[in-house]
Design a protein around this ligand. Structure first.
Ligand code: ZN
Ligand code: ZN
Length: 413
């Protein structure tokens, strides 16, 4: 091996599976035609992995933290900060962030529609965002970004904030917006700020022209912000700080971009990269190659559609997504195989028969042109069980990749 290489982590979300009767009792990885993945398995090392730990069913956010080498039980900030970072906001340590919905309430705060008709356009969202973003309550600054439809993310920045407050969203139509209550003594200020913010959002939104127009079209006005998923942005060491590397994320879904940005990765925008099967695999391949060649040490590529297909019990779409990802990987390796170390895995198992995440381990393959092979010759949950990597945890993957890629110093002399 000469010099340092780029570590490439490819995650097919929820791609692990159990035996699928409709596929002749094969998993989706077994049934799919995957010449590239099989080559990686034949030339590299395979293993099984409990992404968080034995018996643990991972959420995608905690699973990705583990895959990036972070202990989720010590670093998981809750959903809010990850969504905010995924929306491109600059959430920082100490900030408290939320997922935010525009909703519709009566003047007495009785909820009429928790999603304001689900049809907020981009332009309407921009005007609503303008009305909220920059709001100041006591010494706390409120930043808000509209994302899609009724959704957005909100960040509070100020001294002494806490995420330990109760929910304001009653999660039911016909009920009143709830008062946020502190869940511990340090959260009193934050609860007060949030209650003032909700009231102020109503005052600012209710008479906006965009809402008058919605009412005249018979649409519910977006006249309140409902917050959920509070989380405090922890001060964690970035990948750059831990390993001295420059890391990048190419993903379509905001949660994945956010989780990667949380550990310090740069988001590389790819035209046409979405969280669906229609994501532009060709464009992703081109951008991954470019990112590797531009000097990034670590490149994380996320493919979401395998998980969507699994939640929908759609084994055909799952197989198709795996095959398209395989072709994408082939293009990437054709261009840069001698400058990378590659790991391909899933963040958890989502069996199409179940339609939810489960605790089953996921397959992993580790490849570079110098890595010693084992005797596994195909990529799947079943084949990987015999592999030379044995049984790992998610937190092992990134150190393993970085070690082979030459980014981890010798321990001792
Ligand atoms: Zn996932
Ligand atoms: Zn899922």
């Amino acid at each position: 091996m000469t010099g340092k290489r780029t570590a490439v982590l490819v995650v097919l979300d929820g791609a692990g599976d159990r035996l699928i009767p409709e596929l002749g009792n094969k998993t989706a990885f077994q049934a799919a035609s995957t010449p590239t993945l099989d080559t990686l398995a034949r030339e590299g090392q395979s293993g099984l992995m409990n992404v968080i730990g034995p018996g643990m069913t991972p959420g995608s956010d905690t699973a990705h933290l583990a895959l990036f080498g972070y202990d989720p039980s010590a670093t998981y900030p809750g959903r809010g900060p990850l969504e905010a970072l995924g929306a491109g906001m600059d959430s920082q340590p100490g900030d408290v962030a939320f997922r935010a919905n525009f909703g519709t309430v009566e003047p007495d705060f009785t909820v009429v529609d928790r999603r304001a008709g689900r049809d907020i356009s981009k332009e309407e969202g921009r005007l609503l965002q303008e009305a909220i973003d920059g709001m100041q309550i006591e010494d706390v600054t409120v930043r808000f970004v509209h994302t899609v439809e009724h959704r957005g993310a909100l960040v509070l920045r100020g001294e002494g904030l806490s995420a330990k407050i109760s929910d304001v969203d009653p999660h039911e139509v016909g009920k009143k917006v709830l008062t946020a209550k502190p869940l511990d003594s340090e959260a009193e200020k934050t609860a007060r700020i949030v209650n003032a913010l909700i009231r102020e959002s109503f005052d600012r939104l209710k008479d906006l022209e965009v809402n008058q127009q919605r009412i005249s079209r018979g649409r519910p006005p977006a006249n309140i912000l409902l917050l959920r998923g509070p989380g405090k942005h922890h001060d964690i060491p970035t990948m750059q700080k831990r390993y001295g590397i420059k890391a990048a994320v190419l993903a379509g879904g905001a949660l994945y971009i956010g989780t990667a940005r949380y550990v310090g990765m740069d988001h590389i925008h790819v035209e046409g990269q979405t969280g669906t099967i229609d994501t532009d695999f060709d464009n992703i391949a081109v951008k991954v190659i470019e990112t590797i060649q531009s000097g990034y040490d670590y490149v994380f590529v996320h493919i979401k559609a395998t998980d969507n297909a699994s939640h929908d019990h759609d084994y055909k779409q799952k197989v198709l997504t795996i095959e398209r990802t395989d072709a994408m990987l082939g293009k990437i390796l054709d261009a840069v195989s001698n400058s990378v170390v590659v790991a391909v895995t899933a963040d958890h198992t989502t069996p199409v028969s179940v339609g939810e995440h489960t605790c089953d381990p996921v397959p992993l393959v580790l490849w570079s042109d110098f890595i010693r092979p084992d005797d596994v010759i195909a990529f799947s949950e079943i084949d990987a069980a015999r592999g030379g990597l044995g049984h790992l945890r998610g937190m092992d993957v990134t150190p393993l990749l970085l070690g082979y890629a030459g980014h981890i110093h010798k321990f001792g002399s």
